[in-house]
Design a protein around this ligand. Structure first.
Ligand code: OOG
Ligand code: MG
Length: 261
C-alpha cells in the first residue's frame, strides 16, 4: 500500500471530523485487507495533519481495554490513539451536540507521569512508580464511521474515535488508592446508566498504561512525563442526547460532569 493512499485516507477521516459527516468504513470499500500496522500508519498521517494545523497532543489514550467496551464494539484488542488540545472541554461546562456526529460518553481513569516510560517490558508496578497523579475523566468518543461501526483497523486509523475529553479537578497520588477497587458510576440526568470498578480495565488501570508503553515501543516512541494518559472506558459507552447532564463519580477520586446542549 502506498504512503500516498494512507495520506488520502487520513485526509478523508480528518475532513469527516471537521465537517461532522460520517463516512463509510475503510475496510468496507477502500482497503478491505487493511492490516493493524497499516492502520497505525494512517493514524500517524492523521496525527501529522492535525499537528500541521497547529494542534498539539495532550497525551495518548488506550481504548477497548475493558470487556464491556470490547463486547459493545465487537473488537477484542486494546488500541491506542491521541487526545489533542482542541478536544479538551472544561469540567462542569457544556458541550454542543452540533460539534459532533453521534457522540457517546465513557468514564475513565487518567494518569500523569513524572518520568518518561519506555517499553518494551514495562509492568504495572513500574507505571505506578513513575506516576505523579491519577485523576477522573469523561471521554466523549465520536466515530467518523457510519453507524459507529468498524473493524479493528478501521477504528485505529480513525484515531480511536477520539473527540472530546473532560478531566476532573481532583488529583490523587496513586499509592493513596487501590485503583482496581475504585468504584465508578456513570449517570445521565440522575439515573445510573453504567457502573464498574477500575479493575475492569485490564485488571488494573496501571496495566493499561504499561501496555501502552510497550505498544509505543514497537514504533520507537515512549510515554512522556506530563502527558495526561487515558486508560480506557470502564463500562460500555452511552449515546448522548440533547439536554443530558452527565456525571461520572469515582470512589475517592471525585467526579466529572458535563452538560450536553
Ligand atoms: C473506540 C474507542 C474506545 C475506550 O475507552 O475504550 C475507547 C470506540 O469505542 O469507538 O476510547
Ligand atoms: Mg475511551
Amino acid at each position: 500500500m502506498s504512503s500516498q493512499k494512507f495520506k488520502e485516507i487520513a485526509k478523508l477521516l480528518l475532513d469527516a471530523e471537521i465537517e461532522k459527516k460520517e463516512v463509510l468504513r475503510i475496510t468496507a470499500d477502500k482497503i478491505p485487507e487493511l492490516t493493524v500496522d497499516e492502520a497505525y500508519l494512517i493514524q500517524k498521517e492523521l496525527i501529522n495533519l492535525k499537528i500541521q494545523q497547529g494542534l498539539s497532543v495532550v497525551g495518548p489514550k488506550m481504548g477497548l481495554t475493558s470487556r464491556a467496551k470490547m463486547k459493545q464494539m465487537n473488537v477484542e484488542e486494546p488500541i491506542y490513539g491521541y487526545i489533542f488540545d482542541n478536544m479538551v472541554v472544561q469540567e462542569g461546562s457544556s458541550l454542543s451536540l452540533s460539534e459532533l456526529i453521534h457522540p457517546k460518553v465513557e468514564a475513565e481513569i487518567a494518569f500523569v507521569l513524572d518520568k518518561d516510560l519506555a517499553g518494551p517490558a514495562i509492568s504495572g508496578v513500574q507505571v505506578l512508580a513513575a506516576t505523579k497523579y491519577v485523576l477522573p475523566a469523561l471521554e466523549i468518543i465520536d466515530s467518523r464511521y457510519e453507524n459507529f461501526q468498524f473493524t479493528l483497523p478501521d477504528v485505529i486509523a480513525d484515531n480511536t474515535s477520539s473527540a472530546r475529553v473532560v478531566f476532573g479537578n481532583q488529583l490523587r497520588r496513586p499509592e493513596e488508592l487501590e485503583l482496581d477497587l475504585v468504584g465508578t458510576t456513570l449517570s445521565i440526568n440522575g439515573e445510573i446508566r453504567a457502573l464498574g470498578a477500575g479493575g475492569a480495565v485490564l485488571g488494573h488501570p496501571a496495566h493499561s498504561v504499561a501496555m501502552l508503553a510497550n505498544m509505543l515501543h514497537r514504533e520507537g516512541s515512549k510515554l512522556k512525563a506530563g502527558q495526561i494518559i487515558l486508560t480506557g472506558g470502564i463500562t460500555e459507552a452511552i449515546l448522548l442526547e440533547n439536554g443530558d447532564e452527565v456525571v461520572a463519580k469515582f470512589d475517592q477520586l471525585g467526579q466529572v460532569s458535563i452538560k450536553i446542549t
